[in-house]
Design a protein. Sequence first.
Lengths: 391, 128
Amino acid sequence: MARAFVGGLFACALAAPDAVAQLRGTGDLGVVIERAKGRVQVVDTTARTVLGTVDGLGDLSHASVVYSRDGRYAYVFGRDGGLTKVDLLERKIARRVMQAGNSIGGAVSQDGRVVAAQNYVPGGIKLFDAVTLELLADIPSAPGPDGQRSKVVGLADAPGQRFVASLFDAGEIWVIDARDPRAPKVERFRDAGRQPYDGLVTPDGRWYLAGLFGEDGLSLLDLWHPERGVRRILPGYGKGEEKLPVYKMPHLRGWAIAGGYAWLPAIGRHEVLVVDTRDWREVARVPVAGQPVFVIARPDGRQVWVNFAFPDNGRVQVVDTETRAVAATLEPGRAVLHMEFTPRGEEVWISARDDHRVVVVDTATLKTVATLASDSPSGIFFTSRAARMGF
Amino acid sequence: MNAARPLLLAAALAAMAAVAPALGEAGPGASAEAVASVADPDPARQRELLVLLRQDCGSCHGMRLTGGLGPALTPEALRTKPAESLAATIVHGRTGTAMPPWRRFISEAEADWLVARMFDGATDVDTR
């Protein structure tokens, strides 16, 4: 009896390593885009390590990622129109389709069943089954002034199985009802501002905000009341002053809503605009080190982190949301392209493209706690996005 | 492509001739060849320019120059475009579009050199 028991224990011990190694959650995982290699690194934010890489994703020179709602699969949108579903646990490609000639990103529906891609060429939005990547609907965009289909920017998910996007060339905002994803309904908002370059949905899913490149101001749509139409906020924030050159387009995605205020990159100005989300009026401006690209709130809203366009892309600034002033300037490496907070924000991962590393910084002490080697890293995307609206 | 070449060469030479005296590196007696070799960026700068093209122009035009918010810059896409206007667009930007002026970072001669590389499709560079 005793012998059989010992034998049983021994068998367990033998079987255990494999089974335990395979059984794990994905809540502390994520991917780092290695843009020049067409590859992603699968990373563990608890151990601060690279678990492995997944290759063969095509042109990732501009890539963005959304997650399945179980947090297991990363949908990677490549510049060349490739849409790749990457299995973080098995670290391999689960599905891959070439869905356009030139693409910029995508979104996942509220129920997680539909993946939407936003494309530049041919301009439009495509809906896919999240499990199989089967094409469900193809929604061509409206033509811009040159007669070509508009490039689609700022695609975001919204409550009610909707997607919202902006048309860069046509200057429109579209709300797409995808409750029947094979027969989506499009509501068009014309005259939504000149050259919207990106958009965001607020954390509560109520407001869609499009940044405008072609004019000073932003466009706002109340998704609770789309019948009220698009309205302009912060019109003429440059007040006729000559714009500084913009060497990289800012990105709005990634919430920068903190403490009831929206923190937004100004275009052609080295400033972050602070807007009260109750009345959408400007309340302050924070002078910063360059043209902001990403302005991202730490999940608790106590800090806003900002990175910059060329040639000021070696710096990252931390804005104190209470004093509305820059509290610290960091130099994590050359060509900082992206920042991603751990799920509750105690650390932030920063990609330094030209130093080929990802730097992990403690957001309380601002000390570097880890450095990971990475080949031309760009976007960093953690699975905590799976549960957040607008990500 | 063939049609563009002589024009390109002429534009490049004209630009080099214009820049060279200012640089003080080519005397009045210098031959066209000598001027061209002096005005070409040195190898280290050539590499910097190609990295800039891939990485920073690539923000809008794609790292593989296949286009993005900005148009494609592949040899096929540029075939019908006059070289001098492309170089001018790099240096001065294009009003009403998202193309900024790069004159703070790229000289006219360097812009001509970059445009010639784009026409050739010889823009590969190891970014490591």
